[in-house]
Design a protein around this ligand. Structure first.
Ligand code: FAD
Ligand code: NAP
Length: 342
């Protein structure tokens, strides 16, 4: 599971580090090329004027706003104008429109729509979402880069898209200081000082690639960095190869070994864990020589990658099944195996 800890106050919708900084989106573009069925965006936030000093591996918290179209749909359902007065849990007063836009999650709408105040009290607070920072401050200066995948809503809700990903990818204005953000330092997923001179193995399919762009930018700024190996996976190599030029440049400079698993480019599903097995002998050698292993991306992928690491310990390290589990546990305890899965 992810190492991000959400406090009770945050669950109630309180700003964890208040007030949030209002950042400007300097640049935003889609990373998938035309023909892709995914929508993943690169977003550059200007941090000038903030006190934010992040390390690679850290996250930004973003306060989303609900889509005005969804809010309007709900107002029609409620038979309300939006100008009605509503109190939040702290007793502060908002117009209904403001409350539904900034304060309430619209993912689950109560069936009962008695009086407006009761209805609003039944809505969950609109919480910030976390995004891995995809840059290194030493490399980009007062900017934070994000890699944001547009979430599509699985079940019938008031909006077809995820609240924050849709806000960041489409609705948040570019060039205006309006994005409410805060810095969430990571205590569990980071590039340790010792790892700067050690080999690193990074496993990051999909948006899990984000922190590793930061890791490699950091390593580029450092002399004497050891070797690095990235396992990236997405649907198709021709349309979904995020930051392809950056990785390929590093490969030509001999600063990176790159292994890709494109799940929908061929007739069979190929995932990062399949490629890890194919490269198992060498991967095991790297780990034996002290490589740090970092995994970022979906929870399911994280589980399968961990099983694969155990299998590599059994096949190439000749360990029994129980010893391979102990090996992975010790790797984790010694902070040589760090994960950020969500
Ligand atoms: C530490 C951390 C780092 C993260 N880094 C990134 C990143 O770099 N890039 C990125 O794109 N995202 C990242 N995420 C995920 C991100 O925080 C949001 O969860 C994601 O963008 C969806 O939020 P949303 O508001 O768009 O969707 P919501 O409005 O929260 O949800 C929309 C729909 O998707 C479903 N849903 C939401 N989240 C998940 C999930 N994780 N798995 C399955 N179904 C889900 C909901 O049930 C709902 O139906 C990270 C999460 C964490 C905890
Ligand atoms: N609920 C949502 O709609 C939603 C949307 C965005 C993000 N998220 C969350 O964020 C995570 C990252 O999403 P993302 O869009 O960046 O990438 P992703 O869904 O993790 O997909 C990236 C690559 O990983 C593959 N993959 C799927 N299951 C895998 C597994 N068990 N093991 C290894 N590889 C696997 C995908 O293949 P295939 O697609 O071909 O199977 C694809 O090639 C999600 O997994 C989810 O937790 C959820």
């Amino acid at each position: 599971m992810t190492e991000i800890v959400i406090s009770e106050k945050e669950k109630e919708g309180e700003t964890p580090f208040s007030p949030p900084f209002l950042a400007t989106i300097k640049e935003r573009y889609r990373l998938n090329l035309s023909g892709s069925d995914k929508e993943t965006f690169h977003i550059v936030l200007d941090l000038q004027g903030s006190n934010i000093k992040y390390n690679v591996g850290d996250c930004l918290g973003i306060y989303p706003q609900n889509d005005p179209h969804s809010v309007s749909k709900l107002l029609i359902l409620l038979g309300a104008s939006g100008e009605e007065h509503i109190q939040d849990r702290k007793g502060d007063t908002y117009s209904l429109f403001e409350f539904l836009t900034f304060k309430a999650s619209l993912l689950r709408i109560p069936e009962e729509k008695n009086d407006l105040q009761t209805f609003c009290s039944l809505l969950s607070p609109l919480l910030p979402r976390y995004y891995s920072i995809a840059s290194a401050m030493d490399f980009v200066g007062h900017e934070a880069h994000l890699t944001v995948g547009l979430t599509k809503n699985s079940n019938e809700t008031i909006s077809p898209f995820g609240t924050c990903s849709h806000y960041l990818c489409y609705r948040a204005p570019v060039g205006e200081p309006k994005i409410a953000i805060f810095h969430k330092p990571s205590t569990q997923f980071y590039l340790p000082e010792e790892a700067m001179r050690a080999p690193i193995i990074m496993i990051g399919p999909g948006t899990g690639i984000a922190p590793f762009r930061g890791f490699m930018q950091q390593r580029m700024m450092q002399t004497g960095s050891s070797k690095s190996w990235l396992f990236f996976g997405e649907r198709r190599g021709d349309t979904d190869f995020y930051y392809k030029d950056f990785w390929e440049h590093l490969v030509t400079q001999d600063q990176l070994r790159l292994t890709c698993a494109f799940s929908r480019s061929g007739s069979e599903k190929i995932y990062v864990q399949h490629k890890m097995r194919e490269e198992g002998r060498e991967l095991w050698e790297w780990i034996q020589k002290g490589a740090y292993v970092f995994v970022c991306g979906s929870i399911d992928m994280g589980k399968e990658v961990e099983l694969t690491l155990q299998q590599l310990a059994e096949i190439h390290g000749m360990l029994s099944s129980s010893d391979s589990k102990i090996f992975i546990r010790n790797l984790r305890k010694s902070k040589k195996y760090l994960r950020d899965v969500y």
